[in-house]
Design a protein around this ligand. Structure first.
Ligand SMILES: Cc1cc2nc3c(=O)[nH]c(=O)nc-3n(C[C@H](O)[C@H](O)[C@H](O)COP(=O)(O)O)c2cc1C
Length: 356
């Protein structure tokens, strides 16, 4: 097809993406005490690049050794050994003509203190998620309200992790501001009930994200991409919308548009769902509020869904289809009839089974 919307290149700064399909960030929980993922998990990323993805995200890397880790076996890129483990992976992804992007996160109140060296759970406010942690089968702990020291320490973790990714050669770095983890906890009026400069109006709740972005950009050179991931849903307290209404969401997107970011990644359960009763999708609402390149994710599983998703975005990310179907990009290209995978099927990601 001469002008195939999915396989048309995209100019993102000085990078040219060969098509519009990318591997969404996916945690695999495979790392040992050295915080380095299992070799087959690293190889999986390279295989997806070889099989046609234009952009390959890492799993969410944990930003410190204190309170950031929320799941066992998460990875880090904070020391030389970890940098050396990622360097060949990045190189191999680039050799396949794809971009390698590192995602970094702090779990905040979605905490499992025992998997953190310092056994701490922190968050914007002392409000625990209401449900039990599905992995520990126990309630989430009550987080400590972050002090000024904690805020600086956590920002420093994002900065150090970004430095590690730059040293390993990553083309891009993503700040995970979605899914009800720490940054998204600050953005939400539900989990952020602070009375200082970091709580209150949307602008004040945005302050933490702003400080993280600014601090990280200082160590991410201009020849690398900086991306922010956002969502209106969280892992816990699903019934609580992270943003109160369309206006609040678009205010945050407009603030992001003023940052030194190169793209925004919008994460949904289903990109087709309308948001905030507007009759418009999250991607459409995001596009209305900013000019930055947009990535969209959530139930994109075949050619038709990918094409539709790209009506209001520039790059379509897939999680489960990229995870479970090694030939996904080729099959989308061919227009083959495909089905979405379920979350249950994706559980294999957390086992020792080697994915093709
Ligand atoms: C096994 C697995 C692990 C995931 N880990 C992360 C993660 O580390 N960071 C993140 O932002 N999203 C994570 N997600 C969410 C995906 O990036 C994606 O947004 C979600 O799967 C919806 O897209 P899909 O319908 O194409 O699967 C994960 C999803 C799966 C299935």
């Amino acid at each position: 097809m001469a002008d195939d919307p999915l396989f048309r290149p995209l100019q993102l700064k000085h990078f040219t993406l060969k098509n519009r399909l990318g591997v969404a960030p996916m945690t695999r929980m495979s790392a040992g005490p050295d915080s380095i993922p299992r070799q087959d998990v690293l190889d999986f990323l390279v295989r997806r690049a070889r099989n046609g993805a234009a952009l390959v995200y890492t799993e969410a890397l944990v930003t410190d050794y204190e309170s950031a880790q929320g799941y066992p076996g998460q990875a880090r890129i904070l020391n030389q050994l970890q940098i050396e483990a990622w360097r060949p992976v990045v190189q191999a992804i680039r050799t396949q003509g794809a971009l390698a992007v590192m995602q970094m996160f702090h779990c905040g109140r979605m905490a499992w203190p025992e998997v953190n060296p310092a056994h701490r759970a922190i968050g914007p406010s002392p409000i625990a998620p209401r449900q039990i942690n599905p992995l520990t089968k126990a309630p989430y702990p009550l987080p400590e309200e972050m002090s000024r020291f904690d805020i600086d320490h956590v920002i420093n973790g994002f900065v150090e992790t970004a430095k590690g990714a730059v040293a390993a050669g990553f083309d891009g770095i993503e700040i995970h501001g979605a899914h009800g983890y720490l940054i998204s906890q600050f953005l939400s009026p539900y989990s952020n009930q602070r009375s200082d400069d970091y709580g209150g109006s949307p602008q004040r709740r945005y302050r933490f994200a702003h400080e993280v972005i600014q601090a990280v950009r200082r160590v991410v050179p201009n020849d690398r991409l900086l991306v922010f991931r956002i969502s209106n849903w969280g892992i816990a307290d699903m019934d609580v919308s992270l943003f109160q209404n369309r206006q609040e969401y678009q205010e945050i997107i407009a603030l992001l548009a003023e940052e030194p970011l190169d793209a925004i990644s919008v994460s949904t359960y289903d990109f087709r769902e309308e948001a905030f009763g507007t009759g418009k999708t999250m991607a459409a609402l995001s596009r209305e509020a900013c000019d930055l390149p947009l990535m969209i994710c959530g139930k994109i599983y075949d050619r038709a869904s990918a094409e539709e998703a790209l009506q209001h975005a520039d790059i379509a990310l897939s999680g489960k289809s990229m995870l479970l179907n090694p030939n996904w990009v080729e099959e989308v290209k061919s227009g083959r009839k495909l089905k979405p995978f379920t979350s249950d099927q994706a559980q294999v990601a957390y086992t020792t089974e080697v994915l093709p």
